[in-house]
Write a protein that binds this ligand. Sequence first.
Ligand SMILES: NC(=O)c1ccc[n+]([C@@H]2O[C@H](COP(=O)([O-])OP(=O)(O)OC[C@H]3O[C@@H](n4cnc5c(N)ncnc54)[C@H](OP(=O)(O)O)[C@@H]3O)[C@@H](O)[C@H]2O)c1
Length: 293
Amino acid sequence: METSTQTATKTDTVQSASTRTAPQAAPQAMPQTAPQAAKRIAFITGASSGIGKEFAIQIDRMQVVDELWLCARNADALEALAAKLDTPVRVVCADLTDRDDIEAIREKLVSLNPQVTYLVNAAGFGKFGDWQSISSNDVDAMIDLNCKALVDVTQMCLPFMGRGGHIIEVASAAAFAPLPHLNVYAASKAFVLHYSRGLRFELRGRGIALTALCPTWVKTNFEQVARQSGGAGDVGHLLGEQSVESVVRAALFGNKMHAAVVCASPQSFLLRLVGKVVPNCITMAGWDILRHI
Ligand SMILES: NC(=O)c1ccc[n+]([C@@H]2O[C@H](COP(=O)([O-])OP(=O)(O)OC[C@H]3O[C@@H](n4cnc5c(N)ncnc54)[C@H](OP(=O)(O)O)[C@@H]3O)[C@@H](O)[C@H]2O)c1
């Protein structure tokens, strides 16, 4: 792991899209004591690729924040995305499984005191394989990123959120039932779904819309990463893969409507129902057939 160059404090930068920044008021028109309104920001993890990147693109189009904070490890990918967006971007290069990087982001939030209008936790990964074929490092990293980092980022953003705030926690349809050979990943997403639902209840009356996003397969780098394991072939074709654009569109719409869970497709909705009414042993047997296709 590259450490010193990947901390948020050392590499975060703001890129202003000069064409779209608000016109500066003449200095003499500003009362000297006028309090500066906090910047409205969208904090998006996993923004270098796939679902997180698409959230950045669609929130940019909505023009509802003053700054996009795009977080991931790959600074080049974040910079490249930033160059295409109209909203000013702060590149937050961080490994969210690294405690120091999490603390650096917390310090940045405290020092800049923004108003977090959108929080999207999309950083995450899965690995195909059974308990013997996924390395213990990958198992730890999956739990650290998918569960622990998601909670850490949510907890540190919440003090900066108020009425009208939006949170989207990216879970998965894998959250609806235990999935052998995708077991740790599915269990981590069940954690995200339960955490999100519980937190949503705790936040009731605060005017913050919190949604858990639970799609089935989506066309991103997910599959490539998932197959980098000893059990690469344990899951066959990713049936019914959806476009990232439609999933993110459904998530933003559902969140605007204050939906607790967005499935984003009929097949995910069906899996949600199956998870509620069909015994797990039957669901797992069905999955065991599906994953061989
Ligand atoms: N694609 C699917 O089929 C699918 C279905 C349901 C749910 N999901 C969920 O959707 C979310 C996004 O995945 P995706 O499909 O968009 O996959 P992806 O294209 O591989 O994106 C994963 C993102 O996570 C970031 N990331 C990985 N490790 C990180 C770390 N240690 N610290 C900070 N960021 C890290 C990656 O950026 P860097 O590598 O630059 O750090 C990347 O931006 C995940 O939570 C995934 O579980 C995906």
